[in-house]
Design a protein around this ligand. Structure first.
Ligand code: 0PR
Length: 378
C-alpha cells in the first residue's frame, strides 16, 4: 500500500478499466446469477452500512429481514412463524453449511454422524464435511438424474442424522422425489434439508405439480437464494427451518453485542442484501416473478426445439430453465463456443453435456445467435 492516496478521478478510471475486463452477462449461459433488478440495486445502496451482525443498531433493517422471511414462508408453505425460523445468509453455501451444522448440533449424542444426499448435491456440502468432520454419503441417481431411493436407503445406518434433497440441481435443474425422501425421514427420525437455492425462486412461479417445500411434512429446513432467480444483489441467500428450535441449535453467545446471541455463520452481515431482497420481492410480487420465470421457460423451450432441429437431444427433459445438451465432444464445443464466438457455457460431469442456464438476462435474439453459432460447430 502506498503512503499517499490517489485522486477520486484516478480511482474511478482504474475501476472503469477493471470493470471493462469483466464479462457482461450478454453471452453468459453458465451462470445462476444475473443482473439484479434496478430496485434491488437502489435499496442496496441505501443500506450499505447496515450490519445485521449487530441488529440492535439496525432495528429498521432487522424489521425488513423479518418481512423477507415471512415472504419466503409464504412461497415455501411455511405456516409456523417463518420470521422466527431463519435468516438471510450470504448464499446457498452458507445456508447448506448451516442446515447441516444445525443437524449435527441437535444430535450431539451421535459421535460419528453422517448425512445422505444425492450425487448431484452442490459442492457446498463437501465444504461442510471438510469443516465439521461429518461424513457425507452420496446416493446414486436414477436415469432421470433424480436421487435413487434404494441407494439412499442402502446408505442409511445408525449414525445417519439427516437426508438432503435438491429442488433444482445445479447441473440439470432436476428435482429429487422430496415426498418419498420425507417418508423415509419421518420413518427413521431423520432431518430432511431441501436445497432450493435455485428452485426456490423458480418452482413457485411455474404451473407444475411438485411438492418439495414445507407442505411436505418431513422437510425440516430449506435453502432459497434471492441472488439467483430472485433478482436480488449478491450476497443474498436464505435459510429457513421448520421450527425455531432448529435455529436455536446454531446459537452462539455474543457477550458484547446489542444482542446476546447470534446464529449466523458470518459475524458482520450485509443489511444491504436484506433491503435489496425486500425491495425486489415486494416490488415484483408473485405476478412479476411469474412473468420473469415464464420468459426464461419460453427461451428454454426455444433452445430445446432449436437444438432438436440440429439433431441435438437434451439429457433430460428440462424441468426448469437449465438445459443439458447431448453434444458429441462437449468439451471441444464448449471451448470453441468461447474462443470463436464469446459464449460462456459450462459442462456437466456425468454425462458430459453442454450445460446452459437460461437466466433473465438472456434475450430471445440471444438464443437465435447462440443456435446459429452452435450449428457451425456440430
Ligand atoms: N445449491 C445449489 C443447488 C446451487 O446451484 C448453488 C450454486 C449453491 C447451493 C451454492 O450457492 P452460492 O454459490 O450462492 O453459495 N450454484 C452455482 C454453481 O455452482 C453458483 C454459480 C453462480 C456459479 C454463478 C457460477 C456463476 O457464474 O454453478
Amino acid at each position: 500500500m502506498e503512503e499517499t492516496g490517489i485522486s477520486r478521478e484516478d480511482i474511478l478510471s482504474i475501476l472503469k478499466n477493471a470493470k471493462s475486463e469483466d464479462t457482461s452477462y450478454d453471452r453468459v449461459l453458465s451462470s445462476m446469477c444475473t443482473y439484479p433488478h434496478e430496485i434491488a440495486v437502489l435499496a442496496h445502496t441505501q443500506f450499505i452500512e447496515a450490519n445485521m451482525g449487530d441488529p440492535g443498531l439496525f432495528p429498521g433493517t432487522y424489521g425488513l429481514e423479518k418481512e423477507v422471511l415471512k415472504m419466503f414462508g409464504s412461497l415455501l408453505h411455511h405456516n409456523n412463524s417463518p420470521e422466527k425460523c431463519g435468516y438471510l445468509t450470504t448464499g446457498g453455501t452458507e445456508s447448506n453449511i448451516q442446515a447441516i451444522r444445525s443437524m449435527v448440533n441437535a444430535r450431539r449424542d451421535i459421535k460419528h454422524p453422517n448425512v445422505v444426499m444425492p450425487e448431484s448435491a452442490h459442492f457446498s456440502f463437501d465444504k461442510v464435511a471438510d469443516l465439521s468432520g461429518i461424513e457425507i454419503r452420496k446416493a446414486s441417481l436414477d436415469n432421470t438424474l433424480k436421487v435413487d431411493l434404494n441407494s439412499v436407503l442402502s446408505l442409511i445406518d445408525d449414525n445417519t442424522i439427516g437426508l438432503v434433497g435438491i429442488a433444482g440441481t445445479t447441473e440439470f435443474g432436476q428435482i429429487d422425489p422430496i415426498e418419498s425422501l420425507s417418508e423415509i425421514a419421518l420413518d427413521r427420525g431423520l432431518f430432511l434439508h431441501v436445497d432450493a437455492a435455485f428452485g426456490g425462486f423458480t418452482l413457485p412461479f411455474m404451473d407444475i405439480e411438485y411438492h418439495y417445500d414445507f407442505e411436505v411434512e418431513g422437510v425440516t429446513s430449506m435453502t432459497i437464494d434471492p441472488h439467483k432467480m430472485g433478482l436480488s444483489t449478491i450476497p443474498s441467500g436464505g435459510l429457513l427451518f421448520r421450527e425455531p428450535e432448529y435455529l436455536d441449535d446454531l446459537e452462539i453467545h455474543t457477550p458484547y453485542l446489542s444482542i446476546s446471541k447470534q446464529y449466523s455463520l458470518t459475524g458482520t452481515r450485509s443489511g444491504a442484501a436484506v433491503a435489496s431482497t425486500y425491495a425486489v420481492m415486494k416490488h415484483l410480487g408473485r405476478e412479476g416473478y411469474r412473468s420473469v420465470v415464464d420468459q426464461c421457460m419460453e427461451q428454454t423451450r426455444e433452445i430445446v426445439s432449436g437444438a432438436k432441429a440440429l439433431g441435438i437431444e437434451t439429457v433430460i427433459d428440462p424441468v426448469m430453465n437449465i438445459v443439458a445438451l447431448n453434444v458429441p465432444q462437449a468439451d471441444d464445443v464448449r471451448k470453441k463456443l468461447l474462443d470463436d464466438f464469446g459464449w460462456h457455457v459450462s459442462i456437466t460431469r456425468n454425462p458430459r453435456a453442454l450445460r446452459l442456464v437460461i437466466m433473465p438476462h438472456i434475450g430471445s435474439n440471444t438464443i437465435e445467435l447462440f443456435l446459429g453459432d452452435l450449428e457451425k460447430l456440430v
